[in-house]
Design a protein around this ligand. Structure first.
Ligand code: SAM
Length: 280
């Protein structure tokens, strides 16, 4: 492929900051990302944010099929050129956050997500897969490095938060590699990292996914308050009931949400769910 800057210039492309446009062009790096994602001849890949198609090209060279989404229609002529020799790659010009995920899954079957994510939608996008996706096998995504640490954190560390616990119910998370900012064009003012989420059937089983979501939200409601107070507020419980549920889950008095592992949050969620059912 011709030099990325020359292609963009030839098409008169202007970078849009609002869409988080920082493109990758190093062919060796792109290939290592495709390999880390475990993409092979039987893999259907969903790419979110194709940009100029540099990653899309490498994915298509290895995968069975690539379906990409790109919000910026100004990239249409660029992508038509960079993907001209990749018949198994198709780009849809739409906002991925507004697509119908269940219809897309019905069309794709099992798939892997590989993406250099636009930073401003990273968390909602990951949460969408965690809460709604049924056929996703893995997410291999480039994110800002502080976000990468948050996604993979352990309890009792400053990076552990609601998103870490929400992901843990369905997927294991690990940092694959650190990526210096100089890898991107234009160069952003933060470093990045590649994170891989591997989805597992029933990873942390819960009686009710919504109740787990509510429990996690309550646990991190206010870091200054105890878990007991947060539960009372979020689940409309008396102090006695909140204390009884915490004791049954084996959570010490005055514990704070960030000290609870996802497994303990799941236990607590099941007890809260049963408690709610008793009163309905
Ligand atoms: N994959 C390319 C690469 O690695 O060079 C581009 C990555 S760039 C960080 C993110 C891309 O996502 C941009 O091209 C941007 O226009 C696109 N994008 C931003 N928001 C989007 C959305 N809601 N849906 C689909 N694409 C989006």
């Amino acid at each position: 492929m011709e030099n990325l800057r020359e292609i963009l210039q030839r098409h008169g492309f202007r970078f849009q900051k609002q869409f988080g446009q920082n493109f990758l062009s190093d062919a060796n790096f792109l290939r290592s990302l495709v390999a880390a994602a475990g993409v092979g001849g039987n893999t259907t890949v969903l790419e979110i944010g194709c940009g100029a198609g540099t990653l899309t090209r490498e994915l298509a060279a290895a995968a069975k099929r690539v379906i990409g989404f790109e919000i910026d229609r100004a990239l249409r002529p660029v992508l038509a050129e960079t993907l001209a020799d990749r018949p198994n790659a198709e780009v849809r010009f739409a906002d991925f956050l507004k697509t119908d995920l269940s219809a897309l899954e019905a069309e794709l079957g099992e798939y892997a997500v590989v993406a250099n994510l636009p930073y401003y939608i990273t968390s909602p996008l990951i949460m969408r897969f965690v809460e709604e996706a049924r056929k996703v096998r893995s997410l291999t995504v480039m994110v800002q490095d502080d976000v990468a640490r948050r996604l993979c954190a352990r309890e009792n560390t400053p990076d552990y938060g609601a998103i870490t616990a929400a992901i843990a119910r369905r997927a294991s998370a690990r940092i694959v590699k650190a990526v210096p900012r100089a890898m991107f064009f234009p160069v952003p003012n933060v470093d990045s990292a590649v994170v891989q989420l591997t989805f597992e059937e029933e990873r942390i089983p819960v009686l009710d996914a919504k109740c787990y979501r509510d429990t996690v939200r309550a646990a991190f409601l206010s870091r200054r308050k105890t878990l007991e107070n947060n539960l009372m507020q979020a689940f409309s419980l008396s102090r006695e009931r909140a204390q009884a549920v915490l004791a049954a889950a084996g959570v010490p008095d005055k514990a704070r949400g960030e000290s609870l592992s996802p497994q303990t949050l799941a236990k607590l969620s099941d007890l809260l769910f049963e408690e709610k059912q008793k009163h309905e």
